[in-house]
Design a protein. Structure first.
Length: 410
């Protein structure tokens, strides 16, 4: 395999035309779409339209005339198509953490005789933090039980209320079997709650078919919705009318503009709304979602695996002897759209890479993480990134004080 081979792979790539739909800076190899997706060209023009026409000219009338009030359900329906769910079982709103609080609260209320939230220590920290906070708010009657991924099946027992897992591990990219774990949870009387932050738009997801009860996810990674984009949540239709979620804000009311003093939950997924939708952010997200919907998920997944396989192969061949260890599953079918390597000096190495125009990220304590967004990542990007990494490791240029200085975001 050489660079010319990668050029040929790019020429034959059925997704190659999508790259031109994104605003990618010259001289940058962007391998961090699993943390913040690149900007679609259409998002820029759409936000400009919202600002200048809908807000600037339409003013408050645009809640009706421009359909602002419909954005949460409309964007949610688009995301539902991507994650294998009924169109009226997903809504876009708030942040992943807030949405997790909503659905976890609702799930525990459905399981009054059970007290354990089962998860793993390597789950994304915000999920664990939100569970801890909710447990405290509920008076400490529940327990957050953490076991390793391989021990989860055996740990689901008669006391388990909810199995709360991130589908694709944020550090390693290891992917859980959603269908089998959801089925096992149900067999033992528990509910299954999935975090799709590193799944939606990256790997095929079939929430309805795989029996998920609840799910949450963010809009700014593989959905390319922009920094701080609104998140989304999923509630299986069989559960939607059983309860009201705890953040009973006015837009989750059955008739918000009746301004009643008492709360009545809206029917269906609408009851999971809380406050006013963020129109600018949701308008940008809608462009990213629509772009993703226009891609063939089978082609996207095949390219994702191929990019990851190529990256792992090249790193192990061309960067051997420099202390890198593969942290991700070698089998692409068990890996999300990323590849992670460990190194005891991972942070300064990543900063040196970024300084050379290869943008990945670092996750404590020792992981260099590289994400592959098949819509705009090319095979040549992978080759060039590994060559730059090889040069940094060979010369030792990473071992400088400037690359050890940490900012607020790693």
């Amino acid at each position: 395999m050489n660079r010319d081979d990668c050029i040929r792979l790019d020429a034959a790539d059925p997704l190659r035309d999508f790259r031109g739909k994104f605003d990618l800076p010259q001289g940058v190899i962007y391998l961090d779409g699993n943390s913040l997706g690149a900007m679609p060209h259409s998002a820029k023009s759409r936000v400009e339209q919202v600002i200048t026409e809908e807000w600037g000219e339409g003013l408050i009338r645009s809640w009706n005339t421009a359909g602002w009030m419909d954005l949460p359900k409309r964007v949610g329906a688009g995301i539902a198509e991507i994650v294998g769910a009924a169109s009226d079982s997903v809504i876009s709103a708030d942040s992943t953490s807030v949405n997790l609080f909503k659905v976890l609260s609702a799930a525990l209320a459905m399981q009054p005789g059970r007290r354990v939230i089962l998860s793993e220590p390597d789950n994304f920290p915000t999920d664990l933090y939100m569970a801890q906070g909710l447990i405290a708010q509920l008076g400490g009657r529940h327990e957050l039980k953490l076991v390793t991924a391989k021990d989860i099946p055996a740990a689901i027992d008669a006391d388990t209320a909810v199995v709360m897992l991130t589908h694709v591990n944020y550090r390693t990219g290891a992917m859980h079997d959603m269908k089998s774990l959801s089925a096992l949870a149900h067999e033992r009387g528990a509910l299954a709650l999935w975090d799709l932050a590193h799944s939606a738009g990256a790997v095929p997801v079939h929430l309805d078919a795989d029996g998920a009860d609840f799910a949450v996810g963010c809009g700014y990674k593989f959905l390319n919705g922009g920094p701080g984009a609104p998140a989304f949540l999923y509630v299986a239709k069989r559960h939607q009318e059983k309860f009201a979620q705890p953040l009973s804000g006015w837009l989750g009311h059955a008739a918000p503009f009746e301004f009643e003093s008492g709360y009545r939950p809206a029917p269906g997924i609408g009851r999971y709304l809380c406050g006013t939708p963020t129109v600018l952010g949701m308008s940008a997200l809608e462009e990213g979602v629509n772009l993703m919907r226009s891609a063939d998920m089978k082609q996207l997944r095949a390219k994702s695996i191929a990019l990851g396989d190529l990256f792992i192969r090249l790193v192990e061949e061309r960067c051997a002897g420099h202390g890198l260890g593969l942290a991700s599953p070698r089998d692409g079918a068990k890996r999300g759209s990323q590849a992670s390597f460990t190194h005891h000096d991972g942070f300064p190495i990543m900063q040196a890479l970024i300084a050379r125009g290869v943008i990945g990220d670092f996750r404590a304590p020792d992981i260099l993480r590289f994400g592959f967004t098949p819509l705009y990542t090319s095979y040549v990007d992978v080759w060039d990134a590994v060559e730059i990494l090889r040069g940094i490791l060979t010369t030792g240029i990473w071992d400088r004080a400037e690359f050890r200085k940490r900012g607020a975001v790693t």
